[in-house]
Write a protein that binds this ligand. Structure first.
Ligand code: EPU
Length: 416
């Protein structure tokens, strides 16, 4: 079992290129099931989660080829299986995103129930509500969900919460349904817009993605296309916080600045200097940051996927910050680990009160989920001494070449 070791590091300097977005590429790979032709996907981060999604498609009969270190080809012409088994779905919840496209393409899908995970209970009721509205019959038994419909028919679907996954799954099912589907209170995340762009490139008709009302006019079939996924805004945000916590001066390349507005606003409020430069953003932190309050919200609010990293930064800020997590019900697992490094954090329900201290100290800690793991690397960069992080498979689910990227900026991050 590998570990990541982080040693107290000098201020980070240099340029880091941000990879394609994990949370954009997973639904895009799933959506390739909608087409009977080849799709070429570019700027693919070959992460563990991408591997699992590829395995799911292969198990359904799709043909997947890695074309180069950032390109892949997905050909779903010969899919002949409509079941995604427990062994794959349990490795990654997002495998559930094949339900919508499989149902649309095959008229039937059987997927293992994804269950909860470290950051919360994570139900799928909103996905199922959408499929039912489109006329699918849903049954559950033996840990599996089965959905079937001779032909899906468009309808209005109101989401009680703007769920990213439910919006994506329903959009994909609706792409081949008869007539118009309208998703109300839809998620507005950039990854939704990217999926809509991909479906439209295949010949689909999705309008309004990026707003709270998404309209999908179903088409008879979808063709192949070439698509470059958007840059990973959470990876970008993580390196921006790394610059802030080490009082460094870095450039993050390959970013969409609009996708980072809330993160930029909060870092600026904390005293970090952020400037647009030719190929990205310069992030410069001349001194110890000030405490700021944070409340996670659906996009365009502050992303829950950046909450743990900001908490690491606030642990060494001047003053006290209040961090409220509203998206997931159990996303404070990193608090105990940060406390092991000396952080002064109190939790009351969904709020954490972080009293900044001048310096953390390195300690053995555990990555409890993907973003929690990233937060521990950030904390370790700024801590006195050595931090040893276990369960780093969580980190590898979402960050490409993490130790190499940090090393190129002067960060002392190693894998042993
Ligand atoms: N929810 C329901 N019912 C549903 C679906 C969701 O109640 O049917 C609730 C969830 O329990 C949660 C909230 O809605 O409390 C938000 O869940 P959402 O469905 O929006 O999240 P997701 O699609 O499961 C994606 C990302 C997450 C990211 C969230 C929120 C992917 C593969 N995952 O998850 O990414 O935190 O949106 O932005 O896109 C990560 O990358 O570390 C990560 C966890």
């Amino acid at each position: 079992m590998s570990k990541i070791v982080v040693e107290s590091s000098p201020p980070l300097r240099g340029t880091v290129r941000i990879s394609g977005a994990k949370n954009a590429v997973l639904p895009v790979i799933a959506a390739s099931l909608l087409s009977g032709q080849k799709c070429i996907l570019e700027d693919i981060p070959f992460l563990n989660d991408v591997e699992v999604m590829s395995e799911v498609l292969v198990s359904l009969g799709a043909d997947i080829k890695k074309l180069s270190n950032m390109r892949m080809e997905v050909n779903s012409r010969n899919i002949d299986n409509y079941e995604a088994p427990y062994e794959l779905v349990r490795r990654m919840r997002a495998s559930f995103l094949v339900l919508g496209p499989l149902l649309a393409r095959m008229g039937k899908a059987r997927i293992s129930f994804p269950g909860g995970c470290a950051i919360g209970t994570r139900p799928i009721d909103l996905h199922l509500k959408g499929f039912s509205a489109l006329g699918a019959e849903i049954t559950m038994g033996h840990g599996y969900i089965e959905a079937s419909a001779k032909k899906l028919k468009g309808d209005r679907v109101y989401l009680d919460f703007p769920s990213v996954g439910a919006t994506e799954n329903i959009m994909m099912a609706a792409a081949l349904a008869e007539g118009r589907t309208v998703i109300e209170n839809a998620a507005e995340e950039p990854e939704i817009v990217d999926l809509a762009t991909f479906i439209n490139k295949m010949g689909g008709c999705v309008k309004g993605a990026g707003t709270d009302t998404v309209k999908i006019d179903g088409v008879k079939e979808l063709k192949g296309c070439t698509h470059t996924v958007i840059p990973d805004r959470v990876e970008a945000g993580t390196y921006m916080v790394a610059a802030a916590i080490t009082r460094g001066d870095i450039i993050v390349e390959n970013v969409v600045i609009n996708h980072l507005m809330s993160v930029i606003a909060k870092l600026k409020e904390a005293g970090v200097i952020i400037q647009e430069v030719e190929n990205g953003l310069r992030v410069y932190a001349p001194e110890r940051v000030k405490a700021v309050d944070i409340k996670t919200l659906p996009y365009a609010g502050f992303p829950t996927d950046m909450q743990a990293q900001m908490m690491a930064l606030m642990s060494v800020a001047r003053g006290t910050s209040v961090i409220i997590e509203t998206v997931f019900d159990n996303r404070f697992m990193h608090v105990n680990e940060l406390r092991r490094m000396g952080a002064n954090i109190k939790i009351d329900g969904r709020s954490a009160v972080v009293q900044g201290i001048p310096e953390l100290t390195g300690a053995p800690v555990k990555a409890t989920d993907l973003r929690a793991g990233a937060a521990l690397i950030l904390a370790g960069l700024a801590a006195r001494g050595r931090t040893e992080i276990t369960d780093v498979y969580h980190i590898d689910r979402g960050y490409t070449d993490i130790e190499k990227k940090f090393q190129s900026l002067g960060g002392k991050v190693y894998r042993i």
